[in-house]
Design a protein around this ligand. Sequence first.
Ligand SMILES: Cc1cc2nc3c(=O)[nH]c(=O)nc-3n(C[C@H](O)[C@H](O)[C@H](O)COP(=O)(O)OP(=O)(O)OC[C@H]3O[C@@H](n4cnc5c(N)ncnc54)[C@H](O)[C@@H]3O)c2cc1C
Length: 454
Amino acid sequence: MDQTQKVLVVGAGMAGSEAAFFLASRGVKVVLAECKTKKLNPAQKMTDFGELVCTNSLKSMNPDSGHGLLKYDMEKLGSLVLKIGKETAVPAGDALAVDREQFAAKITEVLRNHENIEVIDEEITEPLKAMKELECSFVILATGPLTTEGLEKWMTDDLGQEDFYFYDAIAPVVDAEGLDYTKLYYKDRHKPVPEDEGVEADYLNAPMNKEQYEAFIAELVKAEKVPSKDFEEYKFFESCLPVDIMAERGVDTARFSCMKPIGLEMPNGDIPYACVQLRKENLVGSAFNLVGFQTRLKYPEQKRVFRMIPGLENASFLHLGSVHRNSFLNSKKLLDWDFSSKKHPQIHFAGQITGVEGYTESAMMGLYVGLQVLRKLKGETSVKFPIETATGALVNYVMTAHRPAPSNINFGLLPAVELTKPERRDRKNRKKVKKAKASARAREALDNFLKDVF
Ligand SMILES: Cc1cc2nc3c(=O)[nH]c(=O)nc-3n(C[C@H](O)[C@H](O)[C@H](O)COP(=O)(O)OP(=O)(O)OC[C@H]3O[C@@H](n4cnc5c(N)ncnc54)[C@H](O)[C@@H]3O)c2cc1C
């Protein structure tokens, strides 16, 4: 490796801290630029690096959970966030919760005192110019969901306004397992039902009669919503309105929008009064997205109200809906699989801005990009993590999602596992067995993959 090459990392949050530490620990000279010491953004409260702006939880440590699997990958790649997280842990059951001040203080101490890291307390607004001035070969932009306006301007001007998003309206995702298929039917709007055996339409539909619909809309209006923060003055796209706002606009609004029944005849030929559409989240159909159900409802309220939908009474939610300020890219269009810009291959993106959601997901994406840049510095090609691993599944989601919508790690992103007949019949333990099998497969796939990488 050419020891004279330097890397500029912009942002010392989850992803930037990981990327900088990963590279510096492997002998790469890093310039780490962070602007919070000059001016905090509205979600930040401290000038230290690695700030957890909301909850202090880095989520589950259970090895058979999505977040547990992601932590397995992080551990194997020498994660600083995980190491310091464990050192500053506070009791939280099977989750890793931390003392946020201690956590951030220790991350800052490690990064500021690292012999291979030079910290500059500056805002970067022109990455190519900064890279040249600081004599770096690569840049990693890890500036997060609240990237500064100056840099956002460069991104929209240079990469394209239409591929840079400022708000994130997420619809909930349910596990296919918990659905009551006796109340649901497959049909794509205005299309005949496929007749070939084993071929299903893409959409699963939950029909409602008038009484069910009106009760549902009334609860949507009544339900508790997450209040927006000062800096989140929402300007919604009319075509992407949260379902609860539609409900507030009038009892029939949703019935002419995301709950429109036209073209969705039931198997008996009748048209329902209203209909909720569920779209497969992945090819195997192990998870479904509630189409058009982006929402501001508080999490427990979402579970309560959305379980009123026929067929979803016992639904298990893999991901709940939300609406918040969030800068992220249309990565599928703008980036290569190693998260380098197609237009400027020296520039890489890491963290939430790539289209993942959450502290640990963002941290892992910092490690992922750190690894890709390290390989380039060594003259090696970039690598694709197996889709069976948590990291591979998350990257695969970002690079193939039907519509860019940031996601956290969940089992719905991993390819389905085969169950034996007795395992399938054991309804009580089926889900647990499935997760355990997918987790064991993910760990094995990562171990085998890393043998070839390092
Ligand atoms: C209000 C809010 C609440 C959230 N709550 C949660 C939660 O409860 N749980 C959870 O898992 N996730 C939560 N998230 C998401 C969480 O912030 C991110 O997932 C995670 O911190 C993103 O990591 P990151 O490294 O991509 O960005 P960040 O951790 O935000 O780090 C980005 C860093 O870049 C710096 N920066 C920005 N622009 C520039 C620039 N031009 N030049 C130099 N430095 C710059 C910023 O100051 C910041 O330190 C929340 C996000 C927001 C905005």
